[in-house]
Design a protein around this ligand. Sequence first.
Ligand code: HEM
Ligand code: HEM
Ligand SMILES: [Fe+2]
Length: 457
Amino acid sequence: MKFRSQRVAYWFFASALALLVLQIVYGFIMGFARVGLDGLHEWIPFNTARAVHTNLLVVWLLCGFMGSAYFIIPEEANRELAWPRLAYVQLISLLVVGVIAVGCYHFNIWEGRKFLEIPRPLDWLVVANVLLFIGNIGMTLWRGRQHTTTSMVLFMGLLFAALLYLPGMISVKNQTVDSFYRWWVVHLWVEGVWELIMGGILCYLLIKLTGVDREVVEKWLYLIVGLTFLSGILGTGHHYYYIGAPRYWLWVGGVFSALEPLAFLGMAMAALATARKGGRKHPNRIALTWSLGCAIMAFVGAGFLGMAHTLPQVNLYTHGTLVTAMHGHLAFWGAYAMIVLAMMAYSLPLMTGRRLWDTPMATWAFWTSNIGMVGMTGALAVAGITQVALERRLGLDFLVVQKEIEMHFVGLLLAAALFSTGIVMFIITFFRHGLPSDEALTPGVSGEPDEPLVAGL
Ligand code: HEM
Ligand code: HEM
Ligand SMILES: [Fe+2]
């Protein structure tokens, strides 16, 4: 680690993990409710748990992205963060808004809009918070006068993510129009600007971990950004098929969203090619494992499983079923959760000065969580396909079908237990690193590749 202010990332990461744990707790509440164990129903009904589960997901990922940016941007700009203390204030205010929102959901104070349930007045606090964040890293870049492709793509991704939050705040009574704009946020985030954030972080990690020239890795990044914009923007149409929007969206959405997996394929190929080419072996192998794992799982979860239901002929039957939940889990996990965890695995030894890479527990954490998540995806796939067949093809009643597929949620719970074990191991490894220390600023201590200290480099 080069700059003292980079360590603010530690607190963003620790907070992100705390919120992830809470997200998982609400996942289990829903999972148990699905098999009839719904003892908490009075206080936390399924719809409340669902909103809390998905909103916490978004908040912990944003927290992880912000932490990653606070670590990466000073280094790429080659200077301390512009306002380090403001970053701590921003973290605390983000957590306060998050906690208030989650509290509101338990008292039925929310907007009935999936993923954007946060009450409107709180939206303004989110805007203020994000402005502080963008201001801080923007000023760091500006003063740094050193602009790498990686840092610019990361910054643009974060800036556009902030701007795209605004259409979600437009108040509309007509449900079709409301839904139309809701997707500008939800879709253009995960299939647009968040991909830039992911691409930027992945690029940074590959440069650091493989030692391949920046120019080579960044060339890939340009290609991925191009593919993302080409396919992702009009790909929004895959949410406009049957909501009351004009019919031409069937064609536009179908064709362009079918191209979207290319961007994810590009990322997976770039990551694998770079890793193969990398001559230098960085000692932090587990961070590389998470980075490659992320690129591959993002392709499977977002690209492959997205493709599975993106054509209008298929989506006619699968829309809003557990097929969507199947894809939602693996896509969010592969693309965004894993990139944040990769960044944590990479930066922790550098912030704390403790080289805890490649411990057996770190390796187990990777495999257990990933196998668990694949298992969860499988359980949801079986449940989803059965639901489509019984409810949408044979026309059975919704609740009758939900009863039929109850058994598959036992499978989901078992896989989720495995997944959670992996996450617990990741968290133990995280805290074993101890706190960020000044010692880590001493050249050589943290074992960065340009510090050939570690044996076998
Ligand atoms: C990392 C990227 C992605 C993430 C995190 C993601 C996540 C999600 C989530 C959470 C939903 C449910 C949204 C809601 O109902 O409010 C969804 C829906 C959908 N996604 Fe993705 N997705 C990603 C990429 C893709 C890609 C690349 C495709 C197509 C190739 C795709 C196709 C779809 C379709 C068609 C739906 C609508 C499902 C329905 O009608 O119920 N997704 N996605
Ligand atoms: C480990 C424990 C977890 C369990 C038991 C669990 C369970 C569930 C359940 C039961 C639902 C509701 C599905 C329905 O509508 O019936 C859900 C929704 C969702 N979960 Fe999880 N989940 C867990 C972890 C995660 C993680 C780690 C992620 C992301 C990385 C995630 C992402 C999502 C998303 C995006 C949705 C909304 C899907 C949609 O829009 O259809 N979950 N989860
Ligand atoms: Fe989409």
